[in-house]
Design a protein around this ligand. Structure first.
Ligand SMILES: Nc1nc2c(c(=O)[nH]1)N[C@H]1C(S)=C(S)[C@@H](COP(=O)(O)O)O[C@H]1N2
Ligand SMILES: [Mo]
Length: 410
């Protein structure tokens, strides 16, 4: 077995070659569950749910809401319990500024107006007659991983620290189709999107993005979008900060200027250390995180493990992911799963032999624009006090000699 980098990282071809990991099969324990091939199983059911052994892990995690509210806050995707690139819809993270509205699809409307020749109004039925597209793409909150800006490492699982990202197949109508039908006037440069919740989320979006790849999303992983993710439809802006993908979309006003709404001025802006703030940071920059091993998924014996995780970039595709087991001193290239898609998460994997000693596991991603995920100190270098949005620094997990894993800064 040839080491590709320090502290036990093996070639990414290790698994490809079908090398036996020589793991001893655990002796089967029935655990009190008595199914045999001689008795029939349980009944058919209208909905598939996780096995009862799995269901505690397969829940949204670290749910927190603002004091005095139950619907203003976040719930996170339990990244460490998932594999592949699909986030099951029931585990898609949530970020609501005023809870989930109960919208009647028969009376809900989308209005396109402002600097257009013909203002238009759509209901769900009419929208679904337009040509649709569907793509696997991520949605990431600008506040994702913001806990890593804390001066000392906070304890948490991968999902609690980084679970404000989810990846779905989003299906819907390109906004360009609706804008073309409305006839955009030559003076138009922007549009303001508005949501029908009581937070009335509204964001200004450059028209160029709406023409490029934005959709009114109606489907999520093949089924109608769930209420918590924007039913009956939402704006979806691939690769851009989640806040702009306005849920429960009710209007798009075409304008010549940004509206400077609350959520693009007082929030979702980035204070720099020179006292100025960056106002409009749209694409979510290149990032990756090892999902396994990670806190809560302890190693239980020395030997060969598969390190795996997620990498993504709001500016394109993932080109390469490197992994270090010695805190960033040496790196080996990970294997990418087959689905390497534009503005989607990509699963990476690499074989690692744990010697039983201490190790610091880190991943770093490279995207198709040539960007490299920064170290934590690079990512922190020009931030002002309290600035925590758009954090994309490298995550280090320290494996202790007892096999436990925790968040550290290296
Ligand atoms: N109408 C409306 N749209 C919204 C929000 C909201 O509170 N209301 N939250 C925004 C934020 S901050 C994010 S990160 C994403 C979260 O989408 P999700 O809940 O489907 O994960 O929706 C955005 N769109
Ligand atoms: Mo967000």
């Amino acid at each position: 077995m040839i080491e590709e980098a320090g502290n036990g990282l093996l070639s990414r071809r290790f698994f490809l070659a079908g090398t036996s990991v020589a793991l001893m099969a655990a002796t089967a324990g029935a655990g009190g569950r008595g199914q045999t091939t001689l008795s029939p199983g349980t009944a058919l059911s209208p909905e598939g749910l996780p096995d009862r052994n799995e269901k505690d892990n397969l829940q949204r995690t670290n749910i927190s809401s603002a004091p005095g509210t139950s619907g203003t806050g976040v719930s996170r995707t339990p990244l460490e319990h998932l594999d592949g690139i699909v986030t099951p819809s029931r585990l898609h993270f949530e970020r609501h500024h005023s809870g989930v509205p109960d919208i009647n699809p028969d009376t809900h409307r989308l209005v396109v107006y402002g600097l257009v020749d013909r203002p238009l109004m759509f209901d769900l039925n009419r929208l679904t007659r337009y040509p649709m597209v569907s793509r696997m793409q991520f949605l990431e909150c600008a506040g994702n991983s913001g806990a890593l800006t804390a001066p000392t490492p906070v304890e948490g699982t991968c999902g609690s620290l980084h679970g404000l990202i989810s990846n779905s197949e989003w299906g819907g109508v390109p906004i360009s189709v609706l804008l073309d039908e409305a006839g955009v006037k030559p003076t138009a440069q922007w549009a303001v999107a508005d949501g029908a919740d009581s937070a009335m989320m509204s964001r200004s979006i450059p028209l160029s993005k709406l023409y490029d790849d934005a959709i009114v999303a109606i489907y999520q992983n093949g089924e109608p979008i769930r209420p918590s993710n924007g039913y009956p439809f939402r704006l979806f802006l691939p690769g851009w900060e989640g806040n702009m993908s306005v849920k429960w979309l009710r209007s798009i006003k075409v304008t010549s200027m940004p509206a400077m709404t609350k959520d693009e001025t007082s929030k979702y802006s980035d204070l720099r250390d020179d006292g100025y703030a960056d106002l409009f940071t749209y694409p979510m920059a290149v990032k990756s995180v090892i999902t396994n091993p990670s806190p809560g998924l302890s190693l239980y014996e020395k030997g060969i493990y598969q390190i795996n995780g997620l990498a993504w970039s709001g500016l394109g595709q993932i080109k390469k992911v490197e992994v270090s087991a010695d805190g960033g001193k040496s790196w080996a290239e990970a294997l990418l799963d087959a689905h390497v898609l534009d503005k989607s998460v990509t699963r990476f994997r690499i074989a690692w032999r744990w010697s039983g000693g201490e190790a610091s596991l880190i991943s770093r991603a490279f995207d198709s624009q040539g960007a490299i995920q920064p170290t934590r100190s690079e990512a922190m270098s020009d931030r002002g006090p309290g600035s925590f949005y758009h954090y994309n620094g490298q995550q280090a997990w320290r494996v202790a000699t007892d096999g436990s894993v925790r968040n550290v800064y290296v």
